[in-house]
Design a protein around this ligand. Sequence first.
Ligand code: NDP
Ligand code: 2IT
Length: 452
Amino acid sequence: MASVHDQPVDLDTFMEGVEKRNPGQTEFIQAVQEVAQDVFDFTQDKQEYHEAQILRRIAEPDRIVSFRVCWEDDDHNIRVERGWRVQNNNAIGPYKGGIRFHSSVNESVLKFLAFEQTFKNSLTGLPMGGGKGGSNFDPKGKSDSEIMRFCQSFMTELQRHIGPDIDVPAGDIGVGAREIGYLFGQYKRITNRWEGVLTGKGTEYGGSKMRPEATGDGAVYFLRSMLQHAGEDIEGKTAVISGAGNVATHAAEKLVDLGGKVLTMSDSDGFIHDPDGIDRDKIDWIKCLKNERRGRIKEYVEEFSGASYHEGKRPWDVECDLAMPCATQNELNEDNARSLVENGCMALAEGANMPTTLEGGKVFHDAQIMYGPGKAANAGGVAVSGLEMSQNAERISWESDRLGDMLTELMEGIHDKCVEYGEKDGAVDYVRGANIAGFKKVADAMLAFGVM
Ligand code: NDP
Ligand code: 2IT
């Protein structure tokens, strides 16, 4: 009788299976494909990973919880949304990953994010598994009290499935300090427990200093490490950034502090281009616009002369040395990648998760530009979340300087792991390095546990 090991397990057969089991889940299939091509290559001569079906198991979430979230809007209409938590893999630590509130959220998006998170968290070297959650609830235009009621209803169900040693959510698109406050308050109220069940909390109630800055700062440190490895530096370089949220604004600040010139920022309606450079004061203005006034990026051109607004467009045609996509998945396609390469862009670090399509990634690969994938470049956020968990467990809080040093060291460590597994013939394939280094630790833990 043929055993399962006699069946051909090549990449195409593997991906056919993934597609068949996850019909229509394009983002999830894309994320698995991107990892699988490198992992298959790496494990070619490592039969133990194949026999134990490790990648097949990582690409099947441990569980997915899906639930109804019912809330009342300010006009007393009853609204019904869907919530999810995808617990992908907890081989190396409790499930860990953000919560996203955005109208585009569905099961495929959260499965791709939880899958990516598993490798990202492994790369940090900290004991964290991979998870992600969220809702198709659209926070845009909602009042504070509507946001509060939605968060309370969402947590009323989610609290059954999380805990400081089980699953520790945090923020992501549409979930910032305000939402984390409402979510944490409701968890505490229902369980009567104050514990480090969420990260990204306010510093008044157990949040870590440097967590808001960590993803953007970390992505710039990763970019700096790639440039330094090639004998270059950020000083004097121009950069295009997409997004105007948490990751984008902090990446912009750090780039400016290190001597770079930021030319663009964007939101889902369009981008602004400021040839004079978006300096610290202008970034402060954008932060206030987005976080307090809840305005749109196009208002920038009314405030700062010399800048232009490009409705419905993304910033990838603007000439630059460096690029940082910091908004959302698949925001940079093959044509955009070509345009960046043709305009002389030398390095790209992804602040967002999977912002580049598979075809776009291939353009960067073939052009041999430095390409830091999200799971490595944006790991600074979850890394400081891991440090927030440690501080909560010890009931202490560390100072910003210490955390800043730890973040710098963590990002340099991730860079070095990518080089270790991705360097070939003098060039570094950061995508391959991140995939293999992230996979190996999780895979070895899973081998230790046996079949489950
Ligand atoms: P925010 O909600 O703070 O900001 C998101 C930004 O991206 C906004 O400018 C938003 O514009 C824009 N955006 C969102 N959706 C779209 C879309 N469909 N098309 C175009 N623009 C869009 O989120 P974050 O800054 O926290 O997250 C940005 C990215 O970084 C995400 O991919 C997230 O997964 C990733 N990330 C975040 C981490 C964190 O610590 N926060 C950690 C690691 C990765 P608009 O206002 O119009 O919606
Ligand atoms: O994508 C991500 O890494 C995040 N949204 C942060 C996750 C976290 O747990 O801090």
